[in-house]
Write a new protein. Structure first.
Length: 406
């Protein structure tokens, strides 16, 4: 630095008003007279000087830093004294699975509270800062969202992941009849839209869940990813064998899910669709027209089963914790079932399946009979899923009841 520059900086330093409190603190710590001005002349701000003073940097260290051309770095180290549980050594309970998120729930780190009060993004188990900002979470009650199975389901999801681009043999596709291709493409247009939309819904609700329920948030992230992959795979099949996308799917049910005002309402509405689709894809071999579709439906069904496992355990947990809200859940199911039945009666929904099940347009009557049997199985499995969750359905939709009795 030239002499002129040094004089300029020194002149600027003298223009900074140094609080008497800072001078008193510096004198208390043994700072030489004029050391603050010297620090300012070297380009250090008054804020940095205050940090050094509050960190109890003594005069000797402050002078050494200045002579060495370095800032007087505060050595607070209070972060090393936080009263969190220390000495934790998480171990894999199953060597084949490796270190899972369930293995991390040891000691106080495994305490998942019934109500999470912190509104910041604090990691569960860490020590809270004195002042934090509200991050906008709105869901703090474990009873309405939690299911113990979300912990192992997350591990299953990341191990079961598949890639539609390479895990499905696209080169194996062979041309099928134009009318059958149209039926397949219409069915997959509908399913691609449904998967994409529900994934978007979960994405909107995920940020509302507070950070205290980290394992659930991780699992729901895999659900969102699975649904995106399903939407992608269905769209690829529609565009990969000489066909194309069909008519837009009915939106009655999607609107019912969109209208949900609370997490329990959303979960109950989706319980209906997810149970029905889980059965549909599990029976995919009945209407698959190619080996690729058969494998695609098998993989989708495996993903869907994890979603249903969560739905069932969440509802069971909520009914145990909040039994007075049982009747409320029936109201949500009433709405969801009526919208589902309305979608099922849409020609763009039932006719493609009937053609695929019957084996062609000319055998659509036979296909309708098989579709009716498949719908009956969907309803039976739906009722069974509710019973697994200790939930007895009241006032089952009339159309669904007719299917059961047929």
């Amino acid at each position: 630095m030239s002499t002129g520059e040094a004089l300029t900086k020194a002149a600027q330093a003298t223009q900074v008003e140094i609080p008497q409190e800072a001078r008193d603190k510096a004198a208390q710590l043994g700072w030489e007279s004029g050391l603050i001005e010297a620090a300012l002349s070297k380009g250090h701000s008054l804020q940095v000087i205050w940090q050094a003073l509050r960190a109890e940097v003594d005069g000797k260290r402050a002078k050494e830093f200045l002579e060495g051309g370095q800032a007087a770095v505060p050595r607070d180290l209070s972060w090393m004294k936080v009263p969190t549980e220390w000495g934790i050594r998480a171990r894999a309970s199953d060597p084949e699975m490796g270190l899972t998120i369930g293995d991390l729930n040891v000691g106080t780190y495994g305490d998942i509270p019934d109500v999470w009060f912190n509104r910041s993004e604090i990691a569960r188990g860490s020590f809270p800062a004195a002042v934090v900002e509200d991050m906008g979470y709105t869901i703090f009650d474990k009873a309405i969202i939690w299911a113990d199975c979300c912990v192992p389901l997350y591990e299953d999801a990341i191990r079961d992941r598949w890639v539609s681009a390479t895990d499905l043999d696209w080169a194996s596709l062979q041309p099928i009849s134009p009318e059958m291709e149209k039926a397949v493409c219409q069915f997959l247009t509908e399913q691609s839209e449904r998967a994409y939309y529900v994934g978007a819904l979960w994405s909107g609700w995920l940020p509302q869940i507070s950070y205290g329920y980290l394992e659930l948030k991780l699992f729901l992230s895999t659900v969102i990813y699975d649904l995106a992959r399903h939407a992608e795979a269905f769209r690829k099949r529609a565009l990969a064998n000489g066909g194309g996308l069909g008519l837009q799917a009915p939106t009655d049910f999607s609107r019912a899910a969109q209208e949900a005002r609370s997490f329990p309402e959303l979960a109950m509405v989706l319980f209906v669709q997810d149970s029905m689709l889980n059965t549909l894809f599990s029976e995919g071999a009945q209407f698959a027209q190619t080996p690729l579709e058969r494998e695609m439906y098998r993989l989708v069904a495996r993903d869907r089963q994890r979603m249903m496992d969560y739905h069932i355990e969440r509802l069971k947990h909520m009914m145990f914790k909040l039994p007075d809200r049982r009747e409320e859940q029936n109201l949500y199911l009433n709405k969801a079932e009526s919208r589902m039945v309305r979608d099922w009666t849409d020609a763009a929904v039932n006719e493609p399946l009937a053609i695929m099940l019957g084996g062609g347009r000319e055998r659509i009557a036979e296909g309708q009979a098989r579709l009716k049997a498949l719908r009956k199985l969907q309803v039976q499995n739906y009722i069974a899923d509710l019973e697994k969750a200790t939930f007895q359905r009241k006032n089952l939709n009339g159309r669904l009841k007719e299917l059961l009795e047929s």
